[in-house]
Design a binder for this molecule. Structure first.
Ligand code: ADP
Length: 350
């Protein structure tokens, strides 16, 4: 029997984290296990604050009943670089023992899962719930926040396409996702965007200009080019300074390529009056969770508590073939992310 369990959110915040904490709390209450909320990721376990309530807080049901639909994370989140060192993890384990916390639910991405794996090795039972908008975990079809982030992007791109259409003006839109192109690809597919650029597939500026020119030749004067924020890491070297200055556009030497700069280059390469750019940014992370994310949070939160109650640990929860599942952390972390290249090719070929 677990005396108490702890729950924390770690890494980047993602819509659905609160819904998962709510589900953990409701489940813990039903199974009669007291729940401690650990603040700011692993920082709370290192007891950095002067007021203990700022690090560890008993989570009564009434505290979390109202947060399920809220964006962000009530428990706060933060990086905790010290946690990569064994000496600090020992401090964390001492905190857990002192608080009589016998199991931990960690909601975060692969970095947070690595932290949980280390704690498991030190005898602390942990269960991970994937919480990241990036959808970059290879073992799971979805992670909390991905669907919400995509829906925000779809909403933005539809609005951008309305004004693009009105002005016969192509538009470059940058979405988040770090090294993963899933948000960009799903957004492009869902909005009928004509071109998508992702970190997983090598590309060149000239190739994107060719694609845009093909759209223009077909009479499509308002194509949308969706960029994943990490796409510049797979871009063929391009002399941005040389190109722009030779076309009369001021540019600093060594200025990196960006969505705005790409729009500027495409405008000149394709002979357009205007190509505009929008970076959607953090509003992708701050939306209320969609039904899909909330439903996953509900199931995952309950499963996490049941696993700990039943003495099963060192696992992460995910989604496979549309069903909530779990597997050992170690195995999950070694699964390679499988980018949907066929879908990517389809978007770029029509
Ligand atoms: P995410 O969980 O979204 O991938 P990070 O990579 O920033 O986000 O990781 C979140 C936190 O997880 C880090 O700040 C750190 O506290 C912990 N962490 C990350 N990597 C490790 C590791 N190799 N060992 C122990 N803890 C880690």
């Amino acid at each position: 029997m677990m005396r108490k369990i702890g729950v924390l959110t770690s890494g980047g915040d993602s819509p659905g984290m609160n819904a998962a904490v709510n589900s953990v709390a409701r489940s813990a209450a039903i199974y009669g296990i007291p729940l401690i909320g650990i603040k700011r990721g692993y920082n709370g376990l290192l007891r950095k604050s002067t007021n203990i309530k700022d690090d560890l807080q008993e989570l009564h049901l009434e505290t979390v009943l109202d947060i399920a639909d809220e964006a962000g994370t009530y428990l706060r989140t933060a990086r905790c670089l010290e946690f990569k060192e064994q000496a600090y993890r020992e401090v964390a384990v001492r905190t857990l023992r002192a608080m009589e916390i016998d199991g931990l639910v960690v909601i975060g991405g692969d970095g947070s899962f690595n932290g949980a794996r280390c704690l498991c090795e030190m005898g602390v039972p942990c269960i991970g719930i994937p919480g990241t908008i990036d959808n970059d975990l290879g073992y799971s079809e979805m992670s909390l926040g991905f669907d919400t982030a995509v829906n925000v992007c779809v909403d933005c791109v539809r609005k951008i396409r309305a004004t693009s259409r009105s002005h016969d003006r192509p538009h470059v839109v940058e979405v988040m996702g770090r090294h993963c192109g899933d948000i960009a690809l799903t957004t492009a597919v869902s909005t009928g965007s004509e071109i998508v650029v992702v970190p997983e597939v090598h590309w060149s500026v000239e190739e994107i200009a060719d694609k845009l020119n093909r759209q223009l030749a077909k009479g499509n004067t308002r194509a949308t080019i969706v960029l994943a924020e990490g796409c510049f890491e797979s871009m063929e070297p391009f002399d941005l300074y040389g190109f722009l200055t030779s076309h009369g556009k001021p540019c600093y030497e060594n200025e990196p390529m960006s969505a705005v700069r790409l729009a500027s280059v495409l405008k000149r390469m394709c002979g357009m009056v205007e190509v505009r750019a929008t970076v959607i940014g953090y509003i992708q992370r701050g939306a209320e969770p969609t039904a899909r994310d909330s439903a996953f949070a509900f199931e995952a939160g309950n499963l996490a508590v049941r696993l700990l109650r039943d003495g099963i640990s060192n696992q992460v929860i995910g989604m496979q073939k549309g069903r909530v599942m779990y597997m050992p952390i170690e195995k999950a972390l070694s699964c390679e992310k499988n980018f949907n290249r066929d879908l990517f090719n389809l978007v770029n070929s029509l």
